[in-house]
Ligand binder design. Structure first.
Ligand code: ATP
Ligand code: MG
Length: 349
């Protein structure tokens, strides 16, 4: 049995959505709607894996869930043609995660760099959920038997793990899968889609660290909801080096902050970095930064305006989520029936 081609991806409702989320993930979500059936999920179960100081507590979680949904819609995701919902509304994610926990190996999880980075030095005090995050992510994808997963560069390793888990499940239960007439492999190998001009947007304060929602410094990122003055302040304060901008892309090597700002300009304007450097090369950062502020404001303010309008109507946003979850649940339920048969759980027919 070949599963249909399907896109799944998620964004956590932790803190403020930023330019990295937009350019690395959401822009691709919008594009893929033309070619695939897509599920876009606000992954609220994942938000709880971080300390409460990061996800902000119950009221913040609800607010952020609606805000991420608003960002999806404001950016051009169509919740009628595709499926937009929050993860906790479909219990199949957690249910499958348990089974996949018993398929995944501790040695595999021990290699995950996101856990190491997020847990930091105080690893003993990190939540079990943070360690197990990649298995839940595998379940998110596989419960829909999704074939394509658009993500930023930082999620590449987790996608590889999801592929390993799918493969091991198919091998471990190979005989049972065939006996139930479910073909030779039940779960597809989900393909990462890591494309576009900005698959890894870096922090404005440190060009070697990725821009993150959970970075404590708001000056490290441009949020989708920042107003023009805030964007101007953040871009002007962004770390640079004393050299003028180079005229060739090669000149950006070993200059991570310059490379990042030129990359952001290129991604937002739809130009190549080379074309941006042809325009600004040889000049000081101050002139380039002014142009970057203007570009950010032009591109982001319509999205921010629409997000504000949507967040002001939480009833409408909640309806989008519950409608989407009904359709998501129907797909997940089919997968779970087969998974239970494959594993040998006695179930109600
Ligand atoms: P957190 O710090 O809480 O993990 P985050 O900023 O990494 O937040 P996520 O919700 O984990 O945001 O990720 C949502 C999507 O955005 C993922 O596909 C991820 O790969 C992508 N993404 C996150 N940060 C960046 C970035 N700096 N550049 C490009 N893509 C990014
Ligand atoms: Mg992240």
């Amino acid at each position: 049995m070949t599963a249909p081609q399907r896109v799944f991806s998620g964004v956590q409702p932790t803190g403020n959505l930023h330019l990295g989320n937009y350019l690395g993930a959401i822009v691709n979500f919008v594009k893929l709607q033309e070619r695939f059936d897509c599920l876009y999920c606000v992954v609220d179960l994942h938000a709880l894996t971080q300390p409460v100081s990061v996800w902000g507590g119950p009221a913040e979680l609800s607010r952020n869930t609606r805000e991420v949904t608003a960002a999806f819609i404001a950016s051009g995701i169509d919740p009628k043609k595709h499926i937009v919902f929050n993860q906790s509304l479909v219990t199949g994610h957690s249910e499958l995660a348990w089974i996949l926990n018993c398929v995944a190996r501790i040695g595999w999880l021990n290699r995950m760099t996101q856990f190491k980075e997020k847990a930091g030095k105080d690893r003993e005090n990190a939540s079990v959920g943070l360690y197990d995050y990649p298995v839940l992510m595998a379940a998110d994808i596989l419960v829909y038997r999704a074939t394509h997963v658009p993500v930023g560069e930082d999620q590449k390793q987790h996608l590889e793990l999801a592929r390993d888990i799918a493969q091991k499940f198919n091998n471990d239960f190979g005989e049972s899968i065939e006996r139930h007439g479910l073909g030779s492999g039940f779960f597809p190998q989900p393909e990462p889609i890591i494309t576009g001009p900005a698959t890894r947007v870096m922090s404005l304060r440190d060009g070697t660290k990725k821009m993150s929602k959970s970075d404590p410094s708001d000056y490290s990122r441009i949020n989708l909801t920042d107003d023009a003055d805030t964007i101007a302040q953040k871009v002007r304060k962004a770390k640079t080096d004393p050299e003028p901008l180079p005229s060739e892309e090669k000149g950006l090597e070993k200059r991570p902050e310059a490379d990042n700002l030129v990359g952001i300009y290129a991604a937002l304007s739809g130009k190549t970095k080379q074309a941006v450097l042809q325009e600004f090369g040889g000049g000081q950062f101050s002139g380039f930064k002014n142009a970057l502020v203007e570009l950010c404001v032009t591109k982001l303010s319509p999205i921010a305006g629409e997000m504000k309008r949507l967040v002001g109507d939480p009833g409408h946003v909640d309806k989008i989520l519950t409608d989407g979850s009904d359709r998501a649940r129907a797909i997940a339920a089919e997968t779970m029936k087969s998974v239970k048969d494959i594993v040998g759980f006695v179930r109600k027919h």
